[in-house]
Design a binder for this molecule. Structure first.
Ligand code: NAD
Ligand code: ZN
Length: 371
């Protein structure tokens, strides 16, 4: 395939799909650092900008591998316009991973989420517009959909609202048909499904997409938003309120305790390995020059293989040789019951699909803790 040259505003044309200079915001984080590795392996030139948020980088900080020693690393906030301007010099495209992640502790966190994720994105995009950087790959999230897709035997595809606290407290975790109250069958959400963010973090992730789409229209830029599912794998944050569920389970197993399941463990998710997510970013960066100017396209980025949280806990416990998970019946109001999406579009358009299977990926993840 031939590609049009992808010219940095003040630099040479990127000769092909290798040799791109890419600013990776949040490049010291779990996913960002894996993207840096993948870009290096692909012959690209990553530059990292990361504020090293204490919530994401508990002491002592993890030592980056030797391969990353030569990667320029700017410790700054994406809201710091001067730092972002400097980081963008000679850059062909931006891979925007910096964000505050997770559900947060309570609503008091809202200004921090909005500041980091949305004001931060706006500052970055304004700097890209000024510097003439034409392409962006955005770390999106499946949280923009709210609940997944559900089908009622009588009413077809329906959209249940947020679950009532009384239902959750009574142990009724499955959303019901809003029209007839029947049990629903969960399905796979496509990218054109309506968005319905259910918490502050989700609202900020959706706003990032809207801001990026506005930037693309205003500047003729190109954006690919990768809506990641539940990412796990080496380097996953642990023991912070923002860590993902796989990390909590593994930490419990390391303490000799059983993983504890919220609700009844029947929540369906799509667990995607961080190496696969990094590969999707590399593929998306390479595809940017071929996209129509002025557009944002969103892609679900998942394994396409739904599993329940309970299955994941059991698989990890077995791989670890630890006690089986226990159901607590506890719940969190902001949680959704099932969210799994089809990742067909990214496979069809960009040729990317996940390479790491659930059993292999989880076994490797459990072993990482045992080392
Ligand atoms: N981990 C998942 O399962 C998952 C799922 C969907 C989407 N995402 C998205 O992927 C991206 C990366 O997440 P992650 O899991 O690697 O989280 P992470 O916390 O490990 O990494 C995020 C990095 O961004 C940095 N950062 C945060 N705010 C910043 C700011 N204002 N300025 C500069 N740096 C800042 C942090 O210091 C951290 O190093 C995020 O955008 C997140 O929303 C993650
Ligand atoms: Zn119905």
């Amino acid at each position: 395939m031939t590609r049009r040259p992808w010219r940095a505003p003040d630099g040479p044309a990127a000769p092909s799909v290798t040799g791109m200079r890419v600013l990776v915001t949040g490049g010291a984080g779990f996913i960002g650092s894996q993207i840096v590795e993948t870009l290096l392996a692909g012959g690209h030139e990553p530059v990292v900008l990361d504020a090293l948020l204490p919530s994401a980088h508990p002491e002592p900080p993890r030592k980056p591998p030797a391969t990353r020693a030569a990667v320029p690393r700017i410790v700054a906030d994406v809201r710091d316009r001067a730092a972002v301007d400097a980081a963008l010099r000679g850059v062909h495209a931006v891979c925007h991973q910096a964000a505050m992640v997770g559900l947060g502790k309570d609503f008091a966190d809202a200004p921090d989420y909005v500041g980091c994720n949305d004001l931060g994105t706006a500052v970055l995009l304004a700097a890209m517009a000024a510097a003439g950087v034409p392409g962006l790959v955005l770390a999106g999230s499946m949280v923009v959909y709210g609940e997944g897709r559900y089908d009622c035997p009588a009413h077809g595809t329906v959209r249940p609202g947020p679950r009532a606290e009384t239902a959750l407290a009574a142990g009724r975790f499955e959303p019901r048909c809003p029209r007839c109250g029947a049990e629903l069958r969960p399905g796979l959400v496509g990218e054109d499904a309506p968005t319905d963010p259910r918490n502050v973090y989700a609202a900020t992730k959706l706003a990032q997409e809207h801001l990026a789409a506005s930037w693309a229209r205003a500047t003729g830029g190109r954006v690919l938003a990768l809506r990641y599912h539940n990412v796990y794998g080496p380097g996953m944050p642990r023991d912070t309120p923002y860590a993902g569920v796989a990390s909590f389970f593994r930490s419990a197993l390391a303490r000799g305790e059983a993983p504890t399941l919220y609700e009844d463990g029947g929540q369906r998710r799509d667990f995607i390995h961080v190496r696969d997510v990094a590969a999707a970013n590399a593929v998306a960066l390479a595809a940017l020059p071929d996209r129509p100017a002025g557009t944002l396209t969103a892609y679900n980025t998942g394994s396409g293989e739904p599993h329940t949280v309970g299955e994941m806990a059991r698989t990890l416990a077995t791989a670890y040789g630890g006690p089986p998970p226990v159901v607590t019946g506890e719940y969190r109001l902001g949680d959704v019951r099932h969210i799994t999406a089809s990742s067909q579009r990214i496979a069809a358009d960009l040729g990317w699909r996940a390479a790491t299977g659930f059993a292999d990926g989880m076994a490797e993840f459990a072993r990482e803790e045992m080392r």
